[in-house]
Design a protein around this ligand. Structure first.
Ligand SMILES: [Zn+2]
Ligand SMILES: [Zn+2]
Length: 415
């Protein structure tokens, strides 16, 4: 008789309900991020801790008896959900836009598994993972349990106003179904989001053959680069997980306060993570050049509307980087600074939420020759951008930039 396989466990938070594996042929999975038994305690998640080793667990959506990831079964209860003790009724079709789903993601789950080369689920280190480090596993059980409450990160203090004669530009990168922007001079820079997605897959990315304008831009900067995360969804930070070179170049990772994902408690980044709990009034990067970063205060928090929004201004021209917070959600925000943002006139917008249907409402007016950058790929489920959003931005006076099938991470100058 073969020896009994060792039973292992990770203590996880639900990261993404309807995810896809990072393999060459992506398959539907439920994504968790967790820690080992010895790190599953309050001490590991204090403000002063140096962080813990975190691991992604991609549970095969079909063998886990979870609902299929495609419509219309999304959100329906599943009578066979015995392995996953998750109340599927709590989740809806678009969990990232839903208050109840966002709250349910805050729970802890114990995932018991064994290593099995034929297993259809997998686990790997959250950061610095390469294809070779992924382990195939067989998931045995998933159950919810009480766990530590992660403490807030240390507060972010912005750099001082500067009157140095530097010229800053705003760049957007074609990253597929993700989002990534950079404001930089010849000396320093600020990255807003570093996510990529189909067709820029992990397999393609780690193979390293693609042109990578973000790297080319930041590696030559002699001073620090700060990173701002619009919100916790992985399509906004996945490149950090794939790429140590990016992580090593960044001095500070600024995240919105109260972020659910425990990824930023990982030992690779935690000592450099800071949080923003209220909006930073506009500060001067250089003469006639300003940056404002808002912390939204949504009346109904969802994964997408609860985060950071940046506005870059140079020589009287403005650009907005809203992440996945739509103009309509900004309008509802309790912070008047945020609710007024769609009333401004913009030279450039990075269209919220990859140009979903909701991003077609309350589109702000464009300045002459304004550009609307749609950051979306060819993901069959999301099908971003939607024609309604492209049409609405056109009506507001923007010329649209859409490339759903980038072969490289190419920069587009927005301002
Ligand atoms: Zn997104
Ligand atoms: Zn999102």
């Amino acid at each position: 008789m073969p020896p009994k396989k060792e039973e292992l466990a990770l203590y996880c938070k639900l990261e993404q309900l309807f995810a896809f594996t990072d393999f060459e042929e992506p398959t539907p999975c439920i994504r968790f991020i967790g820690v080992r038994d010895e790190d599953f305690n309050e001490q590991s998640f204090t403000q002063g801790s140096d962080g813990v080793a975190t691991f992604v667990v991609d549970v095969d959506a079909s063998t886990s008896k979870a609902p299929e990831s495609t419509e219309p079964s999304r959100g329906q209860s599943n009578p066979n959900s015995d392995l996953l003790q998750i109340d599927w009724n709590k989740f809806c079709e678009t969990p990232e836009d839903c208050k109840t789903c966002t709250e349910a993601s805050g729970l802890w789950y114990k995932i018991t598994y064994n290593i099995d080369p034929r297993g259809s689920s997998s686990t790997y280190a959250t950061f610095g993972a390469t294809a070779g480090t992924t382990q195939s596993i067989q998931v045995l059980a998933i159950s919810s349990l009480p766990g530590p409450t992660p403490a807030p990160f240390r507060p972010y203090t912005r750099r001082p106003d500067s009157a140095l004669q530097r010229t800053y530009s705003l760049l957007a990168f074609e990253v597929g179904q993700g989002m990534c922007n950079l404001i930089c001079s010849d000396v320093d820079g600020y990255i807003f989001d570093a996510g990529a997605g189909t067709p820029i897959t992990k397999a393609k990315y780690v193979s390293g053959f693609m042109r990578h304008d973000l790297h080319d831009q930041i590696q030559r900067l002699p001073e620090a680069v700060e990173f701002f995360l619009s919100h916790g969804d992985q399509d906004h930070w996945r490149m950090l997980a794939w790429d140590d070179r990016l992580i090593n170049k960044i001095s500070i990772f600024v995240v919105p306060s109260g972020m659910k994902s425990i990824a930023f408690f990982d030992v690779k980044v935690k000592p450099r993570v800071r949080e923003l709990s209220s909006h930073l009034p506009k500060w001067q990067l250089a003469p006639q050049t300003y940056l404002s970063v808002y912390r939204t205060r949504p009346p109904q928090k969802t994964s997408n509307n609860d985060g950071l929004i940046a506005v870059f201004e140079r020589d009287g021209e403005k650009a907005i980087l809203p992440g996945d917070c739509t103009y309509k959600e900004m309008r509802k925000d309790l912070d008047p600074g945020v609710s007024n943002l769609p009333s401004n006139v913009y030279k450039a917008v990075v269209v919220p939420h990859h140009g979903d249907k909701e991003s077609s409402y309350d589109v702000p007016p464009s300045q002459a020759n304004g550009i609307a950058f749609f950051s979306a790929g060819n993901h069959p489920t999301f099908n971003h951008p939607r024609p309604e959003s492209e049409a609405a931005h056109k009506i507001s006076g923007f010329s649209n930039h859409v490339n759903k099938i980038p072969a490289h991470i190419q920069k587009i100058v927005l301002l």
